[in-house]
Design a protein around this ligand. Sequence first.
Ligand SMILES: Cc1cc2nc3c(=O)[nH]c(=O)nc-3n(C[C@H](O)[C@H](O)[C@H](O)COP(=O)(O)OP(=O)(O)OC[C@H]3O[C@@H](n4cnc5c(N)ncnc54)[C@H](O)[C@@H]3O)c2cc1C
Length: 421
Amino acid sequence: MAQDWDVIVVGAGPAGSTLSAFLGARGLRTLLLDRDRFPRRKPCGEFMSPEALATLDRSGALPKVEALPHRRLFGHEIWSYDGSHLRGDYAPFGKYRPFRPYGMAVQRLLLDHALLKHAATFPSVTVREGFRVEDLILRGGRVQGVRGVGDRGPETFFAPLTVGADGIHSIVARRLGLTEPDRSLCKCAMVAYFRGMEIGDHGEVHLTESGYFAMAPVDADLVNINFIVDQSKMREVNGDAEGFYRRHLMDVPRLAARLRNAVQVGKVATTGPLARRNRGTVAPGAMLVGDSTEFVDPVTGEGIFLAVRSAEIAAGVIPGALAVADPDAPTLAEYHRLRGLEFGERLNSCRIVQRYLYRPWITNWVVRTLGAKPWLADRIIGMSGDYIPPAAVFNLPFILSVLNPFTRRRGTAEPARAIGS
Ligand SMILES: Cc1cc2nc3c(=O)[nH]c(=O)nc-3n(C[C@H](O)[C@H](O)[C@H](O)COP(=O)(O)OP(=O)(O)OC[C@H]3O[C@@H](n4cnc5c(N)ncnc54)[C@H](O)[C@@H]3O)c2cc1C
């Protein structure tokens, strides 16, 4: 059978385009397919952690991303249900240092297009936009390629390896039975832009009884405000997403006050339900990267990091997998193992954080306490910035420091800088 490609990548979001760039740098013949035409809008909080920037740097894309309109964010602020507040910076902690002391917020409309164009600069990478993959070609239990429809009508492509980078509703993952809905964390999201509101150089999260608002400035004057809400609440939308979103936004007095002179730009985009969990990331002739593997509540803003970093891990394994005639179990399983090693603890911590986040009394206490101990808040924010491993945060000394009312920052006699509630 003619193998026109070494690798077919389905989906040109951050995962697929970054993978294609890494494969292109190794000279692998890569076909990158996406059903959309770029630039295209993608509902997202649009914030990238410092470690996501590190991966983009290694892929060669970072200078192109930095050339886009964007904002640097030096950490995050969280307002809890009762108004308690904490602020954390991307500060070094021991041997853990952020790639840059900031993350970056940039419109996905621009970011995804820049990553796609970067992938296309490699001579061995071919991009086909407007091509929807409809099914996998499975023979003898192996994935041998994809079939789908584009401008030229139905087409079939063959390769020894197909990578699903096609997002949360991945056809590749579903067809291989590698994903299932995670009913314990079913959230939906509504995203809109505003101009003319005050916002500093930190991302913001505002927890409310009906969900939470996450905010990030994405250029000099444009602010992304996304509302994450339980799927059960979406019944109240009743065909009026704009009204539902605005009602809940204006219900938060501190946001309503800041939005008094702001103008909404464009319509509210709605997406969800969001939670899926995986039952594996590889199959004979196939692997998954990015959201196609699993998706967690975006409160910790790590989806893009997980997407680009999983692509980088996959790119490290793929050349070895292609060196054997049929890339299957042992070599591809190495990707699953490496990915688990790097992300397993992080994803479990995200799930724990998300579970307790929706219990107001716990979150109020944690935010109030960490608000008064900003050097400990920095550590939580550093973990969400993907450069401090969860084990360096969720341990006995950290918990004792949180609980001890007399804890001071190590090496200083200064009392805690209180900015809470
Ligand atoms: C409301 C919200 C806020 C978020 N905020 C943040 C944040 O602030 N920071 C952060 O890091 N993460 C955030 N995330 C998560 C982040 O958006 C995702 O983790 C990220 O987009 C994953 O990238 P990906 O490349 O895996 O998938 P995607 O970005 O979803 O890309 C998948 C691509 O596959 C294509 N595709 C799908 N099906 C097919 C098909 N059949 N054929 C061909 N192409 C196909 C799609 O067109 C798409 O271009 C947020 C998510 C949501 C919903």
